[in-house]
Design a protein around this ligand. Sequence first.
Ligand code: SF4
Ligand code: SF4
Length: 321
Amino acid sequence: MTEADTITGKVYDIQGFSVHDGPGIRTTVFLKGCPLRCPWCHSPESQAFKSQLCYMDLRCIGLKSCGLCMPLCPNQAITPGACSFSQAQQTDIQTIQLDRSKCTDCGLCTDTCYSKSLFISGTDYTIEEIVERIRRDEDFFKSSGEGGVTISGGEPLCQAAFTIGILKACREIGIHTAVDTTGYADTAVIEKVLPFTDLFLYDLKHMESLPHKKVIGVPNEIILKNAKHIARSGGKLQIRIPIIPGFNDSPENMDETARFCAALGKSVTVVQLLPFHRMGSVKYQRLQQEDPMPSTDPPTAEAMQEHLKHFTALDLNVVIH
Ligand code: SF4
Ligand code: SF4
């Protein structure tokens, strides 16, 4: 048994046929845990490093028809909840209520929840199990010409040994490899990942460290340093910039971001401007968390075109999506 056989990682999703996480058709493996706290995060279940209970009340068939979860909880974290009209059953039903302060995310209640209203986000896999899953999609990678695997998160470099193990195994069998990263990692980790990574999907959120730290919780110096390091080392970067109204969308910040990307030279394959959207809102409800940005509107199409100009002016290959 090699060391790689004993390494496991915590994964919260595996998506085949992904066309938004790098070139071609890809299989994206989402790892759990992130040191950043972006208020616009559309995958709040990716933030905690531990497995977590999720609850989707719309799927609950109600205490009268089911109620199996309640007596199973060793901590009395599940109690009768509110009555509301169920479209599926065309009548009022009483669903459950979760007390997060009592829940230990043990997952016992999920065993009997056949409607999958209660489920655990975060499963441990070995490298071999993940590679086996990726290989099932090999024909699709080939048919799309340039597809492959993307390791995303969360922050995949926080589970560095697991991430490297998957990348290395995929490289050995000729599968294109990408890492979707915040860039917030030790440069030593970046160096270890570099030889096995064909493309970094690399987030840039704000060029000034103070607002970066105030809003996201961490400064940006190491992120900028690592981007330069990847470029200098011959790595390829697909830069992703979330456009967040009121945070990073000033002309000054756009201009500075564009100049930073241009300075990275030929290593930058494309810059993506990603307009803020509210599609992650429902996921906060599943964790009984408040949406940190409930009233922010997405940027207008006109505003996005204005942002684009900062990048086209420097001859960068830039797209909006
Ligand atoms: S087991 Fe699932 S469907 Fe049944 S009452 Fe509990 S949450 Fe609802
Ligand atoms: S995950 Fe465990 S502690 Fe939490 S509600 Fe379910 S049974 Fe109770």
